[in-house]
Ligand binder design. Structure first.
Ligand SMILES: *[C@@H]1O[C@H](CO)[C@@H](O)[C@H](O)[C@H]1NC(C)=O
Ligand SMILES: *[C@@H]1O[C@H](CO)[C@@H](O)[C@H](O)[C@H]1NC(C)=O
Ligand SMILES: *[C@@H]1O[C@H](CO)[C@@H](O)[C@H](O)[C@H]1NC(C)=O
Ligand SMILES: *[C@@H]1O[C@H](CO)[C@@H](O)[C@H](O)[C@H]1NC(C)=O
Ligand SMILES: *[C@@H]1O[C@H](CO)[C@@H](O)[C@H](O)[C@H]1NC(C)=O
Length: 946
């Protein structure tokens, strides 16, 4: 049991006072019994009033019988504890209090208290952390998990549990209890966070009450426990120390979860614990991964690394928030503050001198003592009146001095045969003999071994060279020079531990965690990637089409007839004569190809294969048919200039997902190789002609926009179109790499606004609208239509700049429900009907003016803080209904609290005749005016400066 020795409250101390006798007029005697762990500052005795009589006015002055200043006496004759007491050092004191001529004798008897003084247990000694801060913890925790989501994604999550995790960020503050008698520490907390509660409940519902975690095949020594307070068995709770178990009482009133964590710690090395969970979670566990909501179908493994860090000097406890009492160079134990005294001191706080002898060397680090070094031995007598001091060498010889308390002996050019016991013996003037000894093991000069240090070690892997054993290999390595990796299936020191990794996986040298090869995952790497994924940790999506099976290792496709080609997206008949490849060079036949391919696209038959050569040409050809202006803007080599290497991209968590593509946060290694750039990587499954076109259209627009920006850099340094970082077109999966916008999209931002002072918000939000209006001007100059201006396609950067993104490509990525399937002959795509201009719906024609219409809808979204557009009181309208509504002149209503002027601007954007709608430039001017009208006068100055 853990006892908090120095925090005992005064009430718990039993002080009793025995009046013994009154022998003479000048001497009184009292006896006091006090537990040895009485707190410093505590009063243990006051002279009873009845005894004061005529002496009452005399102050108490002096006290004898207390050579080591354990007590103070106050003027009114109260004895206080001034320094920590220790029964084993001094079990009784006979104190004499003086008052004028009178003296009172008080015998203080200490009683032994179980578990006091705290034991310094070397087994679980932690390092000290001189650079640490008080909020640091004695240990650091890092967890890594591999989970399979219900979507079939394999996620690998590694995180350090930051200190604030324990100080009450996600949970209520943790309680901790460290115990030195068995080297355990216990932790407990509960949470009031709804999200965390949901996850815990799901885990609990899967029957996970006690996941045990073990190191390799060793005993379980990390135990987690999950309690549901009102349902769980009380007896399970009983085994926890009161100090942390009290959390249950705090909680009893609430239905809530309590987490307990118990760890047995010994040795100074970090340990990797593997925790067990059920293979399949049912129901799936709902959790957050970054900002994404995920459902976990199985936890393949969960590892926790516990690493002792140590507290700053003078502090101890799990949170390093308790003060050490150790004095005179004593070391304070991280678990319980027990002191390990330096020679010459004793007592619970090492503040009582003790007769002692010590022997030390220079250099003090035994590893630094190797052949041919000069080594000094120091013999010291502490608190002794030395008569003779001698140092005995291993060979039996001896060196003596008399009357000195210190002696240093230098051994020059030390050799192996100087190894052995060095003993310092002190005889004091009272005839007392004390000694101290040390075993010295002389090492060979670095990198040498053998009986006479003639052999070379030449260890690899940074291994140290031992005189007798040769190279002492780090875990995972073996061989005389540590040149060999542990044989497959083994790991650890001397390769003595066994791991069972399958499919060619290696296991990590110290923890034995399997490192799967491409295409496999799971605890033992026994599971092939879930369908649709391949590669290392199953992080790459397959691109095989038409029911082809995808190889879990390299993503290659095995087609079903009649499909063929690398991605099984070509019909067998077209294989012999890839239309584009042979026809494009034959200039005169271009027209024919155009006609043929148009027909094929229309009917959805031809899907592209994407060979590497001439890609740019082909895309241009395709783009020209769509947008002549765009195609003309592009300079030769435009595609290649932006190409990045797929292997430089490290995909991270999913931040958006849809039917045709996924957006992941990712890291891109830059040319220098030093820096990893945060990017949003849009991965596209180039399924068919439509997505192929969309992909290259977006790529081309972004390249065109950046080309223009490159030319007139001074014009405006910040574009309001999302910044292109690069393209990856030469791999199976194609990517557009964009700047990462940490604040997400405008729609999510609007919907997340809690403040209901709408007018105030409107002023601020109009700033974003101004940014989008500027983006439209940029596009207008390039004569490019965006086609999908909407709040969901506007991103907010870290600097609070709104940027237009998503040029039609990921149209289902953020919000599928906002697109309606167009049931128009020859057209099968999802369309953002409620954002579309009348003419776009009717004829499929997109212009800068139709973008202005959509911009009007975006303003409406801002004014309603992200509501779904609603016409005629109806949320869902079919294609034909929409045309009908708009043709009748019906437009969306003015949102409540929307300023009249702003609504007028929206209505102008929704005019039937495109040419009568305001221009993007006009819109910007109007918005700035509106904002000025809304802003308080002092803010205008700043606004104009922008
Ligand atoms: C005891 O007395 C010393 C000096 O007289 C003082 O510094 C110290 O604070 C006192 N200790 C207590 C616990 O009162
Ligand atoms: C003795 O004096 C201290 C202050 O110095 C006071 O707090 C305490 O109550 C006094 N005790 C008695 C018994 O008078
Ligand atoms: C120190 O901890 C170990 C490990 O739990 C235990 O076996 C041992 O008894 C402890 N020693 C002392 C002196 O308490
Ligand atoms: C896992 O294996 C890969 C190669 O298969 C290697 O690059 C990587 O460093 C290994 N990771 C660890 C932690 O051993
Ligand atoms: C894929 O196979 C399933 C059944 O095996 C079938 O229902 C489906 O139509 C096939 N899809 C394609 C594109 O061939």
């Amino acid at each position: 049991m853990a006892v908090h020795y120095l925090q005992t409250t005064p009430l718990m101390i039993v002080i009793y006072l025995i009046f013994t006798r009154q022998t003479s007029a000048t001497t009184e005697e009292f006896r006091v019994s006090v537990p040895e762990n009485v707190a410093v500052g505590q009063a243990i005795f006051t002279l009873p009033r009845t005894q004061l009589r005529d002496k009452a006015e005399l102050p108490c002055t002096k006290m004898d019988g207390d050579p080591h200043f354990r007590f103070n006496v106050t003027k009114n004759c109260t004895i206080l504890v001034a320094n920590p007491l220790d029964w084993s050092v001094e079990s009784a004191y006979l104190l004499n209090i003086h008052r004028g001529l009178y003296s009172t004798s008080v015998e203080v008897q200490l009683t032994d208290v179980m578990g006091y003084p705290p034991v310094y247990n070397e087994t679980c000694e932690t390092p000290t952390n001189p650079k640490g801060r008080v909020s640091n913890l004695l240990f650091s925790f890092t967890s890594s998990e591999e989970v399979l989501t219900t979507n079939g994604d394999v996620l690998y999550i590694k995180q350090r549990w930051k200190d604030d995790f324990f100080h009450g960020n996600t949970y209520d503050p943790w309680r901790a209890d460290t115990n030195n008698s068995d080297c355990t520490f216990h932790l407990a907390t509960y949470t009031t966070w709804a999200d965390t509660l949901i996850t815990l409940k799901d885990i609990y519902d899967n029957g996970v009450r006690q996941p045990t975690c073990s190191v390799g095949s060793d005993n379980h020594d990390l135990l987690g426990e999950l309690f549901w307070t009102l349902r769980d068995d009380e007896s399970r709770l009983q085994k926890y120390p009161k100090s942390i178990g009290s959390i249950v009482n705090d909680m009893r009133a609430r239905e809530n979860f309590i987490l307990f964590l118990t760890c047995i710690f010994h040795g100074r090395d970090a340990k990797l614990y593997s925790c067990n969970f059920p293979t399949f979670l049912h129901p799936p566990v709902r959790a957050f991964h970054g900002n994404a909501r995920i459902e976990i179908a199985s936890i393949e493994y969960a590892d926790i690394e516990v690493r002792p860090i140590g507290c700053p000097i003078g502090k101890y406890g799990f949170f390093c928030n308790k003060n050490c009492i150790c004095k005179n160079g004593a070391r304070c134990h991280g678990f319980n503050g027990a002191c390990k005294c330096a020679p010459g001191w004793k007592g619970v706080a090492c503040d009582i001198p003790k007769p002692d002898v010590s022997i030390t060397t220079t250099p003090s680090d035994p590893r630094q003592i190797y052949t041919s070094r000069n080594v000094a031995f120091h013999c010291r007598a502490h608190n002794l009146d030395t008569k003779v001091m001698s140092l005995r060498f291993p060979n039996g010889s001896e060196k003596l001095v008399s009357g000195e308390n210190h002696m240093s002996v230098l051994v020059a050019n030390i050799q192996l045969e100087d190894s052995g016991y060095y003993i310092c013996v002190v005889l004091d003037k009272d005839g007392l003999t004390l000694n101290a000894s040390m075993a010295l093991d002389v090492h060979c000069l670095s990198n040498r071994k053998g009986a006479d240090c003639h052999e070379l070690c030449d260890c690899l892997q940074g291994a140290s060279c031992d005189r007798r054993a040769g190279c002492v290999c780090p875990p995972g390595w073996t061989g005389t020079r540590c040149q060999t990796k542990c044989p497959r299936g083994t790991y650890g020191k001397d390769c003595t531990k066994r791991c069972s990794c399958q499919n060619e996986a290696s296991c990590s040298p110290s923890g034995g965690r399997c490192n799967c090869t491409d295409g496999w995952y799971g605890n033992n790497c026994g599971k092939p990637c879930p369908s649709g994924l391949f590669g290392w940790r199953c992080q790459q999506p397959c691109v095989c089409k038409n029911n082809a099976t995808c190889n879990n290792v390299d993503g290659s496709c095995t087609c079903v007839t009649p499909w063929t080609g690398r991605y099984c997206d070509q019909l067998q008949t077209s294989r012999d004569q890839p239309l584009l490849e042979i026809l494009i060079p034959l200039g005169s036949l271009v027209l024919l190809v155009a006609i043929v391919t148009t027909i094929l696209f229309k009917t959805g038959f031809l899907a592209y294969s994407v060979p590497d050569t001439g890609e740019e040409e082909k895309i241009l050809f395709e783009l020209r048919r769509m947008e002549q202006d765009l195609a003309q803007t592009l300079q030769p080599g435009w595609l290649g200039r932006w190409e990045k290497k797929a292997r430089h991209l490290t995909p991270g968590p999913l931040i958006g997902e849809g039917m045709f593509g996924k957006v992941r946060r990712a890291q891109l290694r830059t040319a220098g190789g030093q820096l990893d750039l945060d990017v949003a990587a849009k991965a596209v499954r180039v399924e068919d002609a439509q997505s192929y076109r969309d992909f290259y259209r977006e790529a081309a627009i972004l390249v065109a926009v950046h080309q223009v920006q490159g030319q007139d850099d001074n014009d405006r340094n910040e574009s309001n179109i999302v910044r292109l970082v690069g393209l990856i077109t030469k791999s199976a999966e194609k990517y557009i790499l964009l700047e990462y916008a940490p604040k997400g999209d405008l729609l999510g931002f609007l919907r997340g606004i809690k403040n209901n002072n709408q007018e105030y918000l409107l002023e601020n939000l109009l700033g974003y609208a101004v940014h989008v209006a500027r983006a439209l001007q940029e596009l207008e100059r390039l004569r490019i239509a965006h086609r999908d201006v909407a709040a969901r396609n506007v991103l907010i950067t870290a600097d609070d700049v709104a940027k237009l993104a998503d040029f039609g490509l990921a149209r289902d990525v953020y919000a599928t429900t906002q697109y309606v399937r167009a049931n128009r002959p020859g057209l099968d795509e999802l369309l953002p009907l409620k954002w579309m201009a009348l003419e776009s719906i009717e004829t499929g024609e997109y212009t800068c003016q139709s973008d202005v219409w959509s911009f009007g809808v975006l303003l409406w979204e801002i004014a309603t803080l992200g509501q779904d557009p609603c016409y005629d009181g109806r949320m869902q309208l079919t294609f034909l209904q929409m045309v009908g509504v708009l043709r009748q002149g019906i437009r969306m209503n003015r949102p409540p609290e929307c300023p009249e002027d702003l609504y007028r601007l929206m209505r102008a954007c929704w005019r039937d005749v495109p040419a009568t709608r305001p221009t993007p430039e006009g819109i910007e001017k109007r918005l700035l005016q509106l904002r000025r009208a809304l802003l308080p006068p002092e803010a205008i100055q700043i606004e104009t400066a922008l």
